[in-house]
Design a protein around this ligand. Structure first.
Ligand SMILES: Cc1cc2nc3c(=O)[nH]c(=O)nc-3n(C[C@H](O)[C@H](O)[C@H](O)COP(=O)(O)O)c2cc1C
Length: 348
């Protein structure tokens, strides 16, 4: 094993341990969802039993507009978590994101693991994941695509995480050439490309640049949930409050602004970053997200209450979303838009 692989494995272990706790939450900045409430409608003709969340995710039918965000891999525990999450995704029939495949690019040791993941996930969409800082350095994308084919990935997610790379010990804060590399990858890749952040958010302006490069999905991964600056600062033993812990654009803001691009562009908008409750899911969808995604709360629930806990968490969220739709006179997700929300400050 190379020195670099050893570093990556240690880092992944530390990430997992820290993310099992709430110490890595944003400190003061929030997702902004708490500023909204739903406009109650005394007149509702919604038939609750007829509400159906089924949607297409890049050609495949899924049962809920929520995906398990890209998280782990590369360590024994990470592999085990991925397999458990694959079973959850299969049971709920929702898409499954895998953590960065960077570690697997250096060795063939993970081929068997990828086969097991696909088997456990059954037919659900699988999202492969790689860092923007890594694709810039690739002379060819052949090995990356071969790897994605082994796990029969449906989509490739590229994460842009400039703040995390900057704060990370042995990180790689060099994104010079990212637009050119992404453009080339879009042309080369047989699978569609989504771009995500990891908690600092994607602005409308950045989203437009990405769409012009041919990216077909934007996962805003905004501020208000897990702070990856926080994670790296804690790894560096800098537990004192650092000004950059709370850096980033709140998730609700990113969704609302980026959704404006839908008028002229066809793309999938994923709302994530601090989606930790049924009301967060509902507000993200009402603000314009086509799908929502969660990471740390899913990891924590899995660790505490196993797969059954995660299945109940997510199916429970959507039972609440049904009730919210009933109380806002929204028979389907198409009619559940931002006019169903009100800023709480407007109540008084
Ligand atoms: C343990 C853990 C590992 C993660 N690893 C990755 C990764 O490899 N690639 C990636 O794009 N995002 C990764 N993320 C970031 C999440 O996908 C997500 O964007 C971020 O945590 C914000 O969502 P949250 O507030 O629901 O946690 C990871 C998150 C967690 C909790």
């Amino acid at each position: 094993m190379t020195e670099q692989s050893k570093h990556i494995i240690l880092r992944k272990k530390e990430h997992l341990e820290l993310c099992k706790t709430d110490a890595v939450q944003f400190m003061e900045k929030t997702s902004g969802f708490e500023k909204y409430d739903f406009l109650h409608s005394a007149i509702t003709e919604v038939q609750i039993t007829k509400i159906d969340f089924a949607k297409k995710f890049f050609g495949k039918n899924v049962s809920y507009p929520l995906l398990i965000s890209c998280m782990t891999g590369g360590t024994a525990e990470g592999e085990n978590i991925n397999l458990q999450l694959a079973e959850v995704a299969a049971e709920l029939n929702i898409p499954l994101g895998l953590g960065s495949l960077r570690f697997a690019l250096e060795t063939n040791d993970y081929d068997e693991h990828f086969k097991l993941i696909r088997k456990a996930a059954k037919e659900v969409p699988i999202l492969g994941n790689i860092g923007g800082a890594q694709i810039i350095k690739m002379k060819s994308f052949k090995s990356l695509i071969t790897l994605l084919e082994k796990v029969e990935a449906d989509v490739l997610v590229v994460h842009l995480n400039p703040l995390q790379e900057f704060l990370q010990k042995n990180g790689d804060p060099n994104f010079y050439g990212i637009k050119k590399s992404l453009g080339k990858l879009v042309k080369y890749s047989p699978m569609p490309i989504i771009v995500k952040e990891v908690g600092s958010g994607i602005s409308k302006k950045s989203a437009k640049v990405l769409l012009d490069l041919g990216v077909v999905g934007i996962d805003v991964a905004g501020a208000g949930g897990t702070s990856w600056a926080g994670v790296e600062l804690l790894r560096n033993k800098q537990s004192v409050k650092n000004l950059f812990w709370d850096w980033g654009l709140p998730t609700s803001f990113c969704i609302k602004k980026t959704a404006e691009l839908k008028k002229k562009n066809k793309f999938m908008l994923i709302g994530s970053g601090g989606i930790n409750s049924s009301f967060d899911v509902a507000k993200a969808l009402a603000l314009g997200a086509d799908f929502t995604a969660s990471a740390r709360i899913i990891l924590q629930t899995l660790v505490k209450t196993k797969q059954t806990g995660v299945v109940s968490l997510i199916s429970g969220w959507f039972e609440d979303v049904k009730l919210i739709m009933y109380l806002t006179d929204s028979q389907n997700l198409r009619s559940f838009g931002k006019e169903k929300l009100i800023l709480k400050k407007d109540f008084y």
